[in-house]
Design a protein around this ligand. Sequence first.
Ligand SMILES: [Mg+2]
Length: 181
Amino acid sequence: MSWIRLLEPDLNLEGPILNLTPDLLIQNGLRGLVLDVDDTLVPTTDLQVSAELINWVEKTRAVAKLWLVSNNLSQSRIGNIARSLKLPYLYGAGKPSRRKLRQAIAEMDLPLEQVAMVGDRLFTDVLAGNRLGVFTILVEPMVNPDSTSRLLALRDVEIWISQRLGASLKTMRDRGFYALN
Ligand SMILES: [Mg+2]
């Protein structure tokens, strides 16, 4: 695999994680998900999980084992979110390091082919998952519309760099995201 390919997700959901359905997991043979936390599940600016997210977790855990693997160094933040969702977690993961992804997948006791890494960032989540050889899913960030322009810009910079390198992803700006706000 070329290193440019390492920045391309297997699936670009083009929506928030709430759009990831049990059917989609079954179609792709996925029985385990390693989930990024900040902006994938909960906006960085928020402390609480949403009712919609709790519903999504309940639906999804019926078909797949779920682990939270976050780069956040705050055990209290990630631990609180994990307890709200009743999910196991690892924090301070240092993605794109593969180490804690491996640890979570070992706990799931699933083969790599049946696990996906799901996250909002190319240079941490997608890169870590592709380096490990699991299916990778890029989601759009869960955002609080009042406080996101800096974060979205940073995410778009990653996508822009990957496009310059030859990847084929579209940024939210390309798709008119800002025009909708
Ligand atoms: Mg994130």
